[in-house]
Ligand binder design. Sequence first.
Ligand code: HEC
Ligand code: HEC
Length: 206
Amino acid sequence: MKNFKNYKLANLSVTLLLALGLVASVPAADVNKLVKECADCHEKDGNATDGETPSIAGMSVDYFIESMGAYTTDARPALKLKDKKEDMKDIVKKLSEEDIKALAEHYSKQTFKPLKQEFDPALAKAGKKLHRKYCEKCHSEGGTSAEDDAGILAGQPISYLKYSMDNYESGKREMGKKMAKKVKSMKKKAGDEGTTQLIHYYASQQ
Ligand code: HEC
Ligand code: HEC
């Protein structure tokens, strides 16, 4: 009986301390320290400039967490950049769930800056039409919106967009059934050139 009382008292004091902000409920991830590691490839504000690494600024929390999770399984491959020791699979392995949540919150609050890059205006024009017909439903506002939880396509590097589409089409990256259906119809109409046109459309938005 005495122990029970003590237990209740101990619980009460923890509640009090929590209310006073003297103890943290969950150990907070040191986001700034983690972000420094990411900056090696994604830059400090999450807007990558190397022409290969995607920008992660402004992504939705859900998409961010889902894509980090995919690197821990066969659902998604990882690209080893030249002169870098680690790829995304190595990086995600070192993070806890709390770290990933904290990083997702952090990057969702950064502003996405489209990459300045060369593109072919004629391909981009054709790509815009294909986008409206086959992709806009889930990649809204021309692929600029993060709200669909499907990443941000507009303003990503051409090389990353190509890498992603190649991985989907070869089955190395898992593609949702509905997107697969649309990609198939798009291919039927426009062939491999259609994918190139779409990529130039996304790259043209700067
Ligand atoms: C050594 C370079 C490197 C470092 C360091 C790095 N990344 Fe990446 N990251 C990449 C590359 C390259 C890709 C895209 C290719 C791939 O899927 O592997 C990527 C992809 C991602 C994606 C998926 C983007 C999308 O559009 O689906 C997220 C999210 C991400 N990184 C978050 C992070 C976070 C958070 C950190 C720090 C903890 C980090 N990255 C550190 C190189 C890096
Ligand atoms: C039914 C909804 C849907 C449609 C239609 C759709 N997508 Fe997607 N797309 C998604 C979702 C969800 C994701 C993110 C998760 C994943 O990998 O499946 C995604 C991811 C992507 C990515 C990777 C983004 C990144 O940051 O790595 C690319 C590239 C892409 N889609 C291109 C297209 C193109 C091009 C079309 C039109 C031919 C298209 N999608 C149509 C839902 C869709």
